[in-house]
Design a protein around this ligand. Structure first.
Ligand code: SF4
Length: 616
């Protein structure tokens, strides 16, 4: 197994004057942990640049958890930008961790977050720069274990051959168990194969080499791993304090603020939303803990903003109380409190007034333009809810609102697409009415439109994604229906969404496509200026894999490439929800009403935990 390694800092430092933003590659930030005495080193890789990775909360949590273990060091790694990668290859400098500037390949374990599909080629780029064989099957005894995790673990097959193991679900407890199992295997001098078998015994860990594709389209266990890998879930979120002294970046990053996760999971039941399905049940942190941890994070990091994060922060049963208490404690300072994710129907005048002046704009996600389609996707909000939230915000002094919509949702008609334009017109009128006459010129409505991508483990996992020509046709309908003045319309790149769709429901054969595309030069696909659909289409063709089939409809009776991974939500519930979608029948949120039978709680022995007792 891995041994302590050479310091490559001198070589790496000589490259810094040659590249853009050298601060991406040096550590020493406030809050960085250095544990030179550790006998077991892990590299935590975020598969994008420093600026994006430093905003990732999962990375901060795992960094905190692993560095708290005796004898363990966790160090950060990000993907070098193209200029740095070229210099590293030219000078034979291997990818190194920030903290100790030692080669990643000399760590015992490399933990890789998989946040979204368009980072897949970045993972291969990082492994190659590290000098680690891309595929698990090609790794030798001395190579580190490469362990993945994150949202994409719920359909792991497209990346499965590149990983020795993949954790499905929440990591706080599981990473400690994975490291313990690996250290025990090292102690016992177990070989790589035996080590992987031991890891497969850790609940939630999927070891891809122990499974093969079955003729029916699913995956079959070869022995040594469970038939179905169940996700890990924390029963008591409050038992795990969020990082309150995180690393403070030297340079501007995507979110330069303290973040405190206030709840996990969402039971609203939006039928398109993978996170809402796979991170159930809802677990709220206690109000006292949120206030304490927010103040601690602000004091430690010196930030000017604390963001109370979750999938739906305004749903926290005590959110008004929390924001009121924090605002009181922060009175007289320049520190602001923000909520990044607000429900249209949970944002009222009280919250608008409490947050007034704290944010430049308000973001709301009605998702669809007509009530019929909002019922299909189980959004459970009305046009009047949206207009009420906008009135409350603009009466409280806000002047900008950004609205998120999707086109291509199942059952969508041209009338639904044009309905987005009509709804935006009503929002604009409501915002102007609620604004004093002399300020109406500053009212702005931003409209961001993405293309729906069907995701694994959702009721729409069997549905087809729109073809590219159809996306363009519907975009034209929407453009024609949109008010001209006071609206800023932006689109998510349709070709990137098409690729995301093909990868999101891919099988193991897609791994060959990903590797071929990376070998043809693809990296940083999530960066618009770096993305080339043609490069991907060429690789799909050369590998004989049809992306249109991957993005197309699936047989509801056949196993899926992710059927061996369980989020705890039963397939029967997903099918029932798909039928209800067809009939535009709503399913209530079980945190407001009774259990609707999704299956998570009985199958995983968990339950919703609502800080205020109830949300109803
Ligand atoms: S099992 Fe019932 S209570 Fe638990 S998350 Fe699912 S619907 Fe809600």
């Amino acid at each position: 197994m891995a041994t302590p390694a050479a310091d490559v800092s001198a070589g790496a430092e000589s490259l810094l004057p040659l590249v853009e933003r050298p601060a991406r590659y040096v550590d020493g930030e406030w809050g960085a942990r250095h544990r030179p005495e550790a006998s077991y080193r892990t590299a935590l890789l975020y598969p994008d640049t420093y600026e994006l990775g430093m905003a990732n909360q999962a990375l901060a949590i795992l960094y905190d958890r692993l560095n708290a273990i005796d004898g363990v060091a966790a160090e950060r790694v990000f993907v070098p930008w193209k200029d740095m990668a070229a210099e590293m290859r030219a000078s034979s400098t291997p990818l190194f961790t920030l903290e100790s500037m030692q080669p990643v390949r000399d760590c015992a374990l490399v933990g890789v977050t998989l946040p979204y599909e368009l980072t897949y080629t970045n993972v291969l780029e990082a492994l190659d720069l590290a000098g680690i064989p891309l595929r698990s099957a090609d790794r030798a005894e001395a190579d580190p274990l490469v362990v993945g995790g994150g949202p994409c673990a719920f359909d792991p097959e497209p990346m499965a051959p590149f990983f020795d193991a993949i954790l499905v679900g929440e990591g706080e407890e599981a990473v400690v168990e994975i490291v313990a199992a690996h250290r025990a295997a090292i102690e016992a001098r177990a070989n790589r194969e035996e080590t992987l078998r031991r890891l497969a015994g850790v609940p939630g860990v999927y070891v891809p080499s122990l499974y093969a594709e079955a003729p029916d389209g699913g995956m079959r266990p070869l022995g040594g791993g469970p038939a179905v890998v169940e996700k890990r879930v924390l029963r008591d979120l409050g038992a795990f304090r969020p990082p309150t002294c995180p690393v403070v970046p030297f340079m501007d990053v995507v979110h330069d603020r303290a973040t405190i996760e206030i709840l996990r999971g969402c039971a609203r039941g939006c039928r398109f939303c993978q996170a809402g399905m796979v991170y159930r049940p809802v677990r709220e942190r206690r109000a006292d803990d949120i206030v304490r941890d927010s103040l601690a994070a602000l004091a430690c990091g010196g930030y000017e903003e604390v963001s109370l994060t979750s999938l739906s922060s305004s749903d926290h049963s005590l959110i008004e109380d929390v924001v009121r208490r924090l605002s009181r404690r922060l009175e007289g300072t320049d520190v602001t409190v923000s909520l990044p994710s607000l429900r249209v129907d949970a944002f009222g005048l009280t919250l608008a007034r409490l947050l007034k002046g704290k944010r430049p704009g308000l973001t709301l996600a009605p998702e669809a333009g007509t009530q019929r389609l909002r019922d299909v996707i189980n959004k459970n909000v009305t046009g009047e809810d949206l207009l009420g939230a906008v009135r409350a915000a603009f009466e409280a002094g806000w002047r900008r609102v950004k609205l998120y919509f999707m086109i291509g949702l199942p059952t969508e008609t041209d009338e639904d697409v044009a309905g987005i334009g009509r709804l935006v017109g009503e929002v604009l009128a409501a915002a102007r009415e609620a604004t004093p006459a002399d300020q109406r010129g500053s009212v702005r409505v931003g409209v961001s439109v993405s293309t729906f991508v069907p995701k694994a483990h959702t009721p729409f996992q069997w549905d087809a994604q729109l073809t590219l020509p159809e996306v363009l046709r519907r975009q034209k309908i929407l453009r024609d229906a949109m008010p001209r003045k006071g609206v800023e319309l932006s689109w998510h790149d349709a070709s990137a969404s098409f690729l995301e769709g093909a990868l999101a429901r891919g099988d193991r054969k897609v791994a060959d496509v990903i590797e071929r595309t990376w070998r043809s030069g693809a990296v940083f696909d999530a960066w618009t200026e770096e993305f080339s659909l043609d490069r991907w289409l060429a690789a799909f063709e050369e590998e004989g894999v049809d992306p249109v089939v991957l993005a197309g409809p699936r047989d509801a009776k056949a196993p899926l490439p992710w059927s061996h991974i369980s989020s705890g939500v039963s397939p029967a519930f997903l099918k029932l929800e798909r039928e209800r979608a067809e009939r535009a029948v709503a399913t209530p949120d079980c945190t407001f009403e009774e259990c609707t039978g999704c299956g998570v709680c009985p199958s995983l022995g968990v339950e919703n935990a609502i800080a205020g007792g109830s949300r109803g």
